[in-house]
Design a protein around this ligand. Structure first.
Ligand SMILES: Nc1nc2c(ncn2[C@@H]2O[C@H](COP(=O)(O)OP(=O)(O)OP(=O)(O)O)[C@@H](O)[C@H]2O)c(=O)[nH]1
Ligand SMILES: [Mg+2]
Length: 352
């Protein structure tokens, strides 16, 4: 089992899943047992802003095609685990922590882990299951890739183990062939793909450009890198003029309606569209599902422009690599204000 720091967003969580999936696969190659990764329940994330719907305890099957993931990685949902395990306490609860002194220029970056004092004394809660307890509780300083967790399994010999703060764990090989194998299997739920396709058929009547325009916390967190609406509009216009044959612009954004209409007004002569979920779809698939619909539409666009260092944009770029789009149409970003040219995103090409 694993859990992630409360404040992390959906798309970083998807990346942490890949690290844990790699670990389970490597563990199963050397272990006498068949280990299964338990998918943590989704609970109301910071960016899930619709407060009138329940967004706690959501299963992965709402967002992903679990049969596809199971082709690469042995997984079960939390509720399936709880059905099998009942209220038997889990054997080991590990809270992972970074080593101290990461900003020290002489920091030793070798792979290592050790039992240490807990930085925060918190209740070792198994997700939000308050009546599921643990027999042994440990805090570990951890530095290294996910396969280093195998040593911890070998040392403590548990049947069930929880790794909390799994975001501390690094990739075994980011962008390597196993990364892509698992990433490709992480397909979206069929319902969400169908909704995205219906929207495309009805509203995107020709070739289209998608822009992922990240606003809200990015405006404060990365003010140099995120453009004003006006500057975003002129960059999009310039691109549209150079591409010539694109008349449709799909905007994937967490912007306010006001900002969106502002942008739309500035892109005169083009069909500027965004996906607005109706109440029924929002109730069924939640803010997380609606964001995925945006991502699916952008992943199929003829041209994509993302936001600098947004994991939301990164996941779209990966999807486009899987679909086989030319990298020139994928690894593009909006520049911040006062930046005429900015460094374009690294091209994380698919490796097989
Ligand atoms: N529907 C929709 N939601 C979005 C969009 N952009 C951001 N969001 C919401 O805001 C969240 C952004 O958080 P993350 O998924 O962590 O991605 P990020 O914040 O862009 O990137 P990092 O902070 O670097 O991890 C998403 O998961 C969505 O819930 C968008 O274009 N459409
Ligand atoms: Mg974020």
């Amino acid at each position: 089992m694993y859990d992630i720091n409360q404040s992390e967003g959906f798309n970083l969580r998807r990346d942490v899943f890949l690290r844990m999936a790699t670990f389970i696969r490597h563990l199963n190659q050397i272990s006498n047992y068949s280990w299964i990764l338990v998918l943590p329940p989704w609970n109301q994330l910071y960016h899930w802003r619709s407060m009138h719907i329940n967004q706690d305890n959501l299963p992965w099957s709402l967002f992903f095609n679990l049969d596809a993931i199971k082709k690469t990685t042995p997984i079960i949902e939390t509720h399936e685990f709880v059905e099998i395990n009942g209220l038997r306490p889990i054997d080991v609860y590990v809270t992972l922590q970074h080593y101290r002194g990461l900003s020290d220029p002489n920091h030793d970056w070798s792979d290592k882990w050790e039992v240490t004092d807990c930085v925060d004394i918190k209740k070792n809660q198994v997700w939000n299951y308050t009546n599921l307890t643990s027999l042994m509780n440990l805090c570990l300083s951890f530095q290294g890739p996910s396969s280093l967790l195998i040593e911890i399994i070998n040392d403590f010999n548990p049947r069930t183990i929880m790794f909390n703060h799994a975001e501390v764990i690094l990739h075994d090989y980011y962008g390597g062939s196993e990364y892509w194998l698992i990433r490709k299997s992480m397909q979206f739920a069929t319902d969400l793909k169908n909704i995205a396709n219906t929207f495309k058929t009805n509203f995107l009547l020709d070739k289209y450009l998608c822009v992922h325009l990240r606003r809200r916390d990015f405006l404060y967190g990365r003010p140099q890198e995120v453009p004003s609406i006006e500057w975003a509009a002129s960059q999009i216009l310039e691109k549209l003029q150079s591409l010539k044959n694109l008349k449709f612009v799909f905007v994937s954004t967490d912007a306010s309606d006001k900002e969106f209409y502002n942008l739309k007004e500035l892109l005169i002569g083009y069909n500027v569209i965004k996906y607005d979920a109706n109440e029924e779809i929002l109730k069924s698939y939640k803010d997380g599902g609606v964001a995925i619909i945006d991502q699916i539409i952008c992943s199929q666009a003829d041209y994509f422009i993302g936001t600098h260092e947004s994991t939301f944009s990164f996941r779209i770029q990966e999807e486009r690599e899987i679909l086989g789009f030319h990298p020139e149409t994928t690894f593009n970003r909006l520049c911040g204000d006062k930046m005429k040219d900015c460094a374009q995103p690294s091209k994380w090409r698919l490796v097989t």
